[in-house]
Ligand binder design. Structure first.
Ligand SMILES: Cc1ncc(COP(=O)(O)O)c(C=O)c1O
Length: 388
């Protein structure tokens, strides 16, 4: 067997759809981007959706749109993909890391308030691996201190917090269409907001700061009238070639999410007898759409002395699985131990012990649309033999 960590599964119609903009000649942001954005609004119930080139671009624009500037601070969980924090650095700001909860891998709301100071402008909350963060508490704290909430929902397509789609609970939501996500456009991202003011700024900022888009100008009766530019914006526009692919996948969005949930459920049941492996939590309040399936190893035995032992053990499991054709990964990074952040902020491993432990003691299993039951059984059997 050869089971990758993730795999893209597109229909023939979706694959062929990219020919459409190539044939009709409108390749850049145009009608297909608009169509994709409309379907995104319908699915997430966001008032405004703005397609961009990646979730990283979305996060950066989100910060620019709220007026984030040099020396401002944003609170970011210490366990996440590096770009949740990099965008703060790009704008000359400072990252204030907050540790996570071991059970959810999401920001520890009990530590959040202590991180706030007069320079804090925003909380970048991550719905990591698709599991929603505790948005009621986060919004409550943000309101108390007058902070913006930016949801990094890169992994959150199809995830619901109290029946509401993630990315629509804070001020701005940011999604990713990287191929490891449920819906892909190669690279790509989407911004959601319910604020008209922010939506207008974001639309302009992604398009060099222009007042109206190229497409709108071209289809108007005065295409020769050039727009003004109220912002020094970016070129973070999604192409129609990407958008047509995303738009068609939206037509089977529910099916895509349901299949991922079923795959996760099959793992939940198959792995439940393993006392030394904790599967991701799931309940009705926090509905996970399973961008990935991170498991914690030997959580009950975890202390500062056992981490290196568990790490060694975890790595040996990953190696045996790989030689048997099963790809796995550590769940994600502990940001404070990545060179850039360690050097700039002089962090020590013990500064964010849960992020540090999660980096060393987790293993993500293959999860993608099209993963077969027999492949899952093969994974479960191998893992069971290795862990017991
Ligand atoms: C939590 C999180 N934030 C941000 C990103 C960045 O997304 P993109 O690759 O679309 O820029 C990712 C990508 O994996 C992610 O997992």
């Amino acid at each position: 067997m050869n089971i990758p960590i993730a795999k893209v599964k597109l229909t023939k119609k979706e694959i062929n759809s990219v020919n459409l903009p190539l044939k009709n000649g409108w390749l850049v942001q145009g009608p297909k981007v608009k169509e994709f954005e409309k379907k995104w609004c319908d699915f997430t119930k966001a008032k405004y959706s703005i397609a961009v080139t990646s979730c990283t671009a979305a996060l950066e624009l989100a910060l620019v749109s709220i007026g984030f500037k040099q020396n401002d601070e944003a609170i970011v969980p210490a366990f996440t993909w590096i770009s949740s924090a990099n965008v703060v650095e790009h704008l000359g700001g400072n990252v204030c890391l907050c540790d996570i909860e071991l059970d959810t891998f999401n920001i520890d709301i009990n530590q959040l308030e202590k991180k706030i100071n007069p320079k804090t402008k925003a909380i970048i909350v991550v719905h990591l691996f698709g599991l929603p963060a505790n948005m009621d508490k986060i919004n409550q704290i943000a309101k108390k201190y007058n902070l913006f909430v930016i949801e990094d929902a890169a992994c959150g397509f199809g995830s619901l917090y109290k029946s509401q789609h993630v990315g629509t609970l804070g001020d701005i939501g940011c999604f990713s269409f990287h191929p490891r996500k449920a819906i892909t456009t190669g690279e790509g991202g989407m911004i959601t907001t319910n604020s008209k003011k922010l939506a207008l700024a974001l639309k302009s900022l992604r398009d060099h700061g222009a007042e109206i888009s190229d497409y709108r100008r071209h289809v108007s009766n005065k295409p020769y009238v050039l727009p003004d530019f109220p912002y020094a914006g970016y070129n973070f526009r999604m192409t129609d070639i990407q958008a047509v692919l995303g738009s068609l996948q939206m037509d089977r969005a529910k099916k895509i999410i349901n299949e991922r949930k079923k795959i996760a459920k099959f793992y939940d049941i198959g792995l439940s007898k393993l006392k030394n492996l904790d599967s991701p939590i799931y309940n009705q309040t926090y509905q996970n759409s399973y961008q990935s399936y991170p498991c914690f190893l030997y959580k009950k035995k975890l202390n500062k002395y056992s981490i290196s032992k568990i790490l060694k053990y975890r790595n040996s499991i990953m190696e045996v699985l790989q030689t048997n054709g099963i790809s796995t990964r550590p769940a994600t990074h502990a940001l404070h131990m990545l060179k850039y952040y360690k050097n700039k902020y002089k962090f020590k491993p013990s500064d964010f012990p849960n992020a540090w432990a999660s980096y060393h003691c987790t293993i993500s299993l293959p999860l993608y649309n099209g993963l077969l039951r027999k492949e899952q059984n093969y994974i479960i059997n191998h893992l069971s033999q290795l862990i017991e």
